[in-house]
Ligand binder design. Structure first.
Ligand SMILES: [Zn+2]
Ligand SMILES: [Zn+2]
Length: 179
């Protein structure tokens, strides 16, 4: 008895016009039909709900979620990033001094130091990236490196600058990935 009723209900739910299934409605405004889809969560949205981004149209919720992730960096995070990267930067001229004349080796080691310092900073901050983390990391490496170069050899040589630039860009790049 009840089985028969259920079947009847199901029949009613099947759309009888094939055209109806081709029309999509905005998830926030069910009365508006649209063909626009969010490029992140793929839901349908009307033009009022769509936000134009460099990679296409995104719904407001996804844009907000993206921004929240972006702003997670706190002052403590930035402090940790700056301090860790400054240590890495300070180590760079020191290691270069140890390497001495092996200039080619410096081109490999300097970015490795910058990248490692940034990696440690990321671990310390629980992989949170703030909007300015890349700049803070770069500033930390550069600042620590310049201070250390002056202490160790009394100034910046051309190669010290070059190595520091490599270490700085490596640290910056580590914070730029997958934002
Ligand atoms: Zn979305
Ligand atoms: Zn809408």
């Amino acid at each position: 008895m009840s089985e028969v009723q259920d079947e009847a209900d199901m029949d009613d739910n099947i759309p009888n016009t094939p055209l109806e299934s081709e029309i999509h409605y905005c998830a926030a405004h069910p009365e508006r039909d649209t063909e626009l889809r969010c490029n992140r969560c793929e839901r349908y949205m009307c033009i009022d709900c769509a936000v134009r981004t460099p990679v296409g149209y995104t719904c407001r919720e996804c844009v907000r979620g993206h921004e929240n992730k972006f702003f997670e960096g706190t002052t403590v995070d930035y402090g940790l990033v700056a301090a860790t990267c400054a240590v890495g930067g300070a180590l760079t001229p020191f290691v270069m001094l140890l390497i001495g004349g092996f200039l080619i080796l410096g081109f490999i080691v300097a970015p490795a130091i910058g990248g490692t310092a940034a990696q440690i900073a990321l671990q310390l901050t629980g992989r949170r990236r703030g909007r300015y983390s890349g700049y803070v990391a770069a500033g930390g490496v550069l600042g620590g490196g310049i201070a250390s170069a002056f202490l160790l050899v009394g100034g910046l040589g051309l190669f010290t600058l070059l190595y520091l630039a490599l270490a700085t860009s490596a640290a910056y790049a580590r914070f730029k990935v997958s934002i």
